[in-house]
Structure formats: C-alpha cells, structure tokens
Ligand binder design. Structure first.
Ligand code: SME
Length: 164
C-alpha cells in the first residue's frame, strides 16, 4: 500500500496525504523562542492530533524516576504511570526503538486506556543521548500506521528532540 487512505479511493484521498517534512518544520517553527518543554510538548500533541486523520490519542509519556509518566496529550484521560517493559509504550522504551502495532488486541500486555484504540505507534524520544520519553499515538482504525507514517513520525520526533 502506497500510503494510508489512498488504496480504495485514489485521488479522493490524496488531499489527506500528510507532508511529514512540513509537519516537522511546523514543529520547529512553533517551538521557536519557547523555553518551556511542557509548552512544546503540548503544542506537539495538538499539532499531531489536528493534522493526522483518524486518531483518538496523541501524546507523551516522559521517562522520570525510572518509569514512564503521563505528559501533555490530546484525547481521553489516560493511565498516568507505565513501567518500562509494560504495554506498547514500555516495550518501545525498553527496546529503545519504534514499535508499530497493527492490532492492539493482538499485542500481549497492551494497556487499553481508550477502548476505541485499534492500532498504535510508539516512538522513543532522546535528549543528550538518554531516553527522555515516548511519543504515543493511537487510532480507532486497524493498521493505521505503516512504513510511511513510521518514517514521517520518526522525522517529527527528530525535529522535536532539537527543541527539548
Ligand atoms: N496503549 C498504551 C498505553 C497508553 S494509552 O494508549 C494512551 C500502551 O499499551 O502502552
């Protein structure tokens, strides 16, 4: 599949294609001159949530006191603490690599904060070479995140890392 939303309806969905280079540039522009990390993370979650179609959660868990703690996000209220190694977020943090889950119901240990979630992507974030936290994005559609989304969102996280 060339990209999300383009297989069945072709051109009708072309307008939905996300320009991930632009998204990364928007993140950097939004953060220009902003010193507060919380402000930048809050705007990052809003930017993702308002730009990407078919999401039900987009936000951050921050690595603090050797666990993941809920940070700024958009979506329904969520669990506040996740142990490293638990759930999709804890697994991405432990492996220190992006985890893409096509069907969360088939991921052992998935933590269901919102029963609507069907697929998920979690990308580790670093600062000064150490784990800073993770970006977590959930969708009510199965298989929402493919290779294009993974590459694009990793680019977004790289842009975000520069302003943290
Ligand atoms: N599903 C995540 C928990 C966080 S919520 O999706 C917001 C997980 O399994 O780690």
């Amino acid at each position: 599949m060339a990209g999300y939303g383009k297989d069945a309806c072709g051109a009708a969905f072309a307008a939905d294609a996300v320009d991930y280079d632009l998204l990364a540039a928007q993140m950097q522009a939004l953060a220009e001159g902003v010193e507060s990390e919380i402000s930048n993370l809050a705007n990052a979650s809003a930017l993702l949530y308002q730009t990407l179609a078919d999401l039900n959660w987009a936000g951050f868990y921050l690595y603090q006191s050797e666990e993941l703690r809920l940070g700024p996000f958009q979506g329904k209220t969520a669990c506040t603490r996740i142990a490293v190694g638990k759930g999709v977020c804890g697994t991405a943090a432990q492996r220190d690599e992006t985890v893409v889950v096509e069907n969360v119901h088939q991921f052992p240990g998935h933590i269901a904060c919102d029963g609507a979630s069907r697929s998920e992507i979690v990308i580790p974030i670093h600062r000064n070479g150490a784990l800073y936290g993770v970006l977590d994005i959930d969708s009510p559609l199965y298989g929402r995140f493919g290779a294009e989304e993974k590459a694009g969102l990793e680019k977004f996280v790289s842009a975000l890392e520069k302003v943290l």
